[in-house]
Design a protein around this ligand. Structure first.
Ligand code: MG
Length: 160
């Protein structure tokens, strides 16, 4: 019997002036960026939490504590690559990953494919194993009023 494990990830970051906007490892030109200890890539953080959850490794706060100065400003794709290494060490392969980014603006449609490819590449996957979707929340709540962005991710792992 195939040993499959599912995980879910959710993350939120506040938008702030004077920060780069990095989503799925793509730097998107915009007036504000996400605030955080690392590059605050909310999409990649949700993916890492989904992977950590599926492998019963806790969450990214446990794997990469934000009290560790070596993670300051780090590219989240590097942390994703390390997460992939931890999964491989435990004998897990990724079947697929699906994500949803919640953001009122800017339009991220033109960058979706590049984001999916970055995530796939960091994990040694094929592009068709990673899907990136985005939606607004119709002007409602903290994503709707532009205070922040959120992301959901689900990941399916198989024991190799
Ligand atoms: Mg985060």
């Amino acid at each position: 019997m195939t040993d499959l494990r599912i995980g879910h990830g959710y993350d939120v970051h506040r938008l702030a002036e004077g920060r780069r906007l990095v989503l799925g490892g793509v730097e998107i030109p915009w007036e504000r960026g996400l605030l955080g200890h690392s590059d605050a890539d909310v999409l990649v953080h949700a993916v890492m939490d989904a992977l950590a959850g599926a492998a019963c490794l806790g969450d990214i706060g446990r794997l990469f504590p934000d009290t560790d100065p070596s993670y300051a400003g780090i590219s989240s794709l590097k942390l994703l690559r390390e997460t992939g290494r931890l999964l491989a060490e435990r004998g897990y392969g990724v079947v697929n990953i699906d994500t949803t980014l919640l953001a009122q603006a800017p339009k991220v449609g033109p960058y979706r494919q590049e984001m999916a490819e970055n995530i796939a590449e960091a994990l040694g996957l094929q592009p068709e194993q990673v899907n990136v979707k985005a939606t607004t929340e119709e002007g409602l709540g903290f994503t709707g009023d532009g205070s922040g962005m959120a992301a959901h991710a689900v990941a399916l792992l198989e024991k190799l």
